[in-house]
Design a protein around this ligand. Structure first.
Ligand code: ADP
Length: 561
């Protein structure tokens, strides 16, 4: 049992004795089953792992020492009542919990907790069912462990995949629920995942169960309705996955990028097959062509002629998907202008490459494509390409799947740009304007040059803003290069704040700095979040430090990074 196997964890939860922790784990064993607990007691447990066999105990893409963000134990509950009991035990013993769904979260800290020694609550291992798919309303209800690939496979198995499409991010192995909770994005017209969620079931920090939106209203008309049944078994309201807001203040947002609850179910809207789609690529030859490209995109996106979340990718990003740096050049340090030109030629690409798609029956697609083509080809040197115009296995072929909501894993290749690469995302928001895009790119590129690293980035175009996703890749086990990468991202965060650009999401090690940049009215955003946090989680047991929000129990001076 847990106690006899006790060698002590590598990291105890803060302020907790070994004895108290052992008692807590014994209680967890009674609730979830002892076999559902993994104690993190040896450095060997921090070795190995990759995207599909991700570590649940620490950050595989560590930006500090490997055991800096390490869990004391991982628990894998199997039911909502188990999660509730776990949360109540954590309150009793004042143990910090860090909930994850799948815990891949590449570039943002993986499964690792912000507070060393937290207990990771792995919601994905046993709670991984597609609970329902409503064909008529094109919506589904999911448990946290359902990955994009699994949801896609489920639709195929149930012969629904031609009728209902999903939206996927760059990689198909993430959790649909986890990605939405961290406000991730995909690339179809349903690319804003939080916008497309509908209804959550949440275990609150005191163990109570809450259903948001229409889920708050019992529905006696539903088959199996029984007011005396356990809450988690009550059939939900028939409108739970149809109308997001219910009645009264809308709370779903405070459970995203947050430490206020453990989500046990979530509704998502699916995209009815629009009648087909056609992906395309527009390449532009020069750095400064980003300006007219973005100016062309804005009106088309606002008019919904660009109906999805298209991307503008820098040449190095596409090069990294298709090969290692060593396959292109034999030196270290940023790729020269001359070599970028050679890569562009080899890959049939431009300096910036815009991947878009139109959706609908052929007649609509043709009409939209002709508008798109005419608009973009006004940019001198621009080329318009369809998949059949490209060599096989081009990035356009890969993006075509993503733009249709088919999960892929090809974008993982970025990590191998440097041998055994570690990966970190820098992700500021920008205005959809040529001036802003150019300025943000130039600020970033200059710092990358100072750091002696390749700028690898993409602008993903939302409805009225762009997420500029910049990939910082450095080789594992090289503390000098790692520290340089951390210097780079920390400097960029401050540079961007000076221009009024904030990040939409970040690595656990950088959350304090970024929360600090959202400083209007003496950091009222952080203070309001802390007031809410302390009110509903007075012992600070859930995800302390997530998004730079610290419960009062934690002395910020000691914890802030
Ligand atoms: P993915 O594997 O899809 O990348 P994760 O499971 O790592 O996503 O989740 C990303 C982040 O979202 C986690 O670090 C955590 O902060 C939050 N999160 C994920 N699942 C839950 C959940 N079920 N309840 C509360 N927060 C969650």
């Amino acid at each position: 049992n847990v106690e006899s196997a006790w060698g002590g964890p590598l990291a105890l939860p803060p302020g907790t004795s070994g004895e108290k922790f052992a008692k807590f784990l014994a209680g967890v064993g009674d609730v979830c089953g002892k076999s559902e607990i993994t104690l993190v007691s040896s450095q060997d447990q921090l070795k190995g792992g990759w995207y599909l066999e991700q570590s649940k105990v620490h950050d595989m893409h560590s930006i500090y020492d490997e055991d800096f963000f390490v869990a004391s134990a991982v628990v894998t509950p199997s039911s909502v009542p188990q999660v509730q009991a776990l949360v109540r035990l954590a309150n009793e013993y004042e143990i910090p919990l860090w909930p994850i769904s799948i815990g891949r979260n590449v570039g943002y800290g993986g499964a690792a907790p912000r507070v060393r020694g937290s207990v990771v609550v792995d919601m994905g291992k046993n709670m991984n069912k597609v609970l329902s798919v409503d064909e008529d309303s094109a919506s589904c209800l999911l448990e946290p462990g359902v990955t994009y690939s699994e949801l896609y496979d489920y639709l195929i198995e149930h012969n629904l995949h031609e009728k209902l499409w999903i939206d996927v991010p760059d990689l198909g192995g993430g959790s649909v629920v986890g990605n939405c909770l961290d406000r991730g994005v995909g690339y179809t017209p349903y690319g804003d995942h939080f916008m497309m969620h509908c209804g959550m079931e949440i275990v609150l920090p005191n163990g109570e169960l809450y259903r948001t939106g229409m889920g708050a209203m019992p529905d006696p008309t539903q088959p199996g309705f029984d007011p005396d049944a356990p809450l988690h078994e009550q059939p939900p309201n028939k409108c739970w996955q149809l109308f997001n807001y219910g009645f009264g203040p809308y709370l779903d947002g405070i459970f995203t990028q947050s430490s206020l609850g453990i989500v046990t179910k979530m509704g998502m809207w699916l995209m009815p097959n629009p009648g087909g789609f056609q992906s395309y690529l527009v390449t532009v030859p020069n750095e400064e062509d980003l300006h007219p490209l973005v100016e062309t995109i804005r009106p088309l996106r606002l008019q919904n002629i660009l109906p999805n979340v298209p991307t503008i990718r820098y040449i190095t990003l596409d090069a990294a998907v298709l090969g290692h740096k060593k396959q292109y050049v034999s030196y270290e340090g940023p790729i020269t202008e001359e070599d970028k030109r050679a890569i562009e030629k080899k890959l049939q690409l431009g300096r910036w490459n815009f991947y878009g798609a139109v959706y609908g029956p052929p007649v609509i697609r043709d009409a939209m494509l002709s508008v798109v083509k005419e608009a973009f080809l006004k940019i001198p040197g621009a080329k318009f390409l369809l998949p059949e115009d490209m060599k096989e296995n081009s990035v356009l072929h890969i993006r075509s799947k993503t733009l249709r909501g088919i999960p892929t894993y090809d974008e993982l290749n970025w990590l191998d740009w440097e041998p055994n690469g570690v990966h970190l995302f820098f992700a500021p928001i920008s205005k959809v304007s040529g001036d802003d895009a150019m300025k943000q790119y130039e600020v970033s590129k200059r710092r990358f040059e100072e750091a002696g690293m390749d700028f690898i980035g993409t602008f993903t175009v939302g409805m009225r803003e762009m997420h500029h996703i910049v990939s910082v890749v450095f080789p594992r086990g090289n503390p000098k290069k790692r520290d340089r990468a951390v210097w780079l991202i920390r400097t960029l965060i401050d540079d961007c704040a000076k221009h009024g650009w904030g990040e939409y999401r970040t690595h656990i090690g950088l959350m304090d700095q970024i929360q600090g940049t959202y400083s209007f009215n003496d950091n009222i955003q952080r203070k309001l979040n802390e007031t809410i946090k302390n009110a509903i989680d007075p012992k600070g047991i859930l995800a302390p430090g997530k998004s730079g929000i610290w419960p009062s129990k934690y002395d910020k001076k000691q914890w802030v990074l």
